[in-house]
Design a protein around this ligand. Structure first.
Ligand code: COA
Length: 146
């Protein structure tokens, strides 16, 4: 089941992020996403357990950005991320968002393949984007023409 993030999901989502993402995100950031863009913070729940989540932010009236997408390892490759992304895209379309951007580590093959499968293309490389000096690809997908 995909649903909006609730405050009680905080611990689970932070745990999933720390298990799956190499960057560390502070709990304050999770709070910020929840308070500022609650409709763009979604979780996937199975048998009362949070197994993945996605967070987006709105950059401008027409552009949104995916900040985090993370699925517990034992639930990966079961379309959970696809369901989360599709639900987020529905919300973004309702908000008349025209373009989604994101950054992904240049060596994160799984995520790059995932986003390419969902219509994102690499448009740039950002040198030393991450705290540890690693590079990122910027990827974009157009939702509706300008
Ligand atoms: C990237 C990630 C979110 C994908 O989640 P998922 O639920 O496994 O993805 P889905 O099952 O919905 O989508 C699968 C598609 O993604 C790609 N993919 C996902 N895992 C893959 C893998 N191990 N090898 C190759 N392709 C992979 C494929 O295109 C696949 O389609 P296919 O099964 O038809 O070949 C997940 O691997 C993850 O949480 N990784 C760790 C966190 C991370 O890197 N997040 C992205 C940071 S920007």
């Amino acid at each position: 089941m995909i649903r909006k993030f609730q405050a009680t999901d905080m611990f689970s989502t932070i745990r999933i992020a720390s298990e799956t993402l190499t960057e560390q995100y502070s709990p304050n950031l999770f709070n910020y996403f929840y308070e500022t863009f609650p409709e763009l913070f979604l979780v996937s729940e199975k048998h009362h357990k949070i197994i993945g989540f996605i967070t987006g932010i709105q950059l401008t009236e027409e552009i949104a950005r995916i900040v985090m997408l993370s699925i517990l390892p034992s639930y990966q490759r079961q379309n959970i991320a696809t369901e989360l992304l599709n639900e987020l895209i529905l919300t973004l379309k309702e908000k008349k968002i025209k373009q989604i951007s994101l950054e992904v580590k240049t060596d994160n093959k799984k995520a790059i393949l995932f986003y390419k499968k969902h219509g994102f293309t690499i448009i740039d490389t950002i040198e030393k984007f991450y705290q540890n000096g690693e590079n990122a690809f910027m990827m974009k997908r157009t939702l509706q023409p300008y």
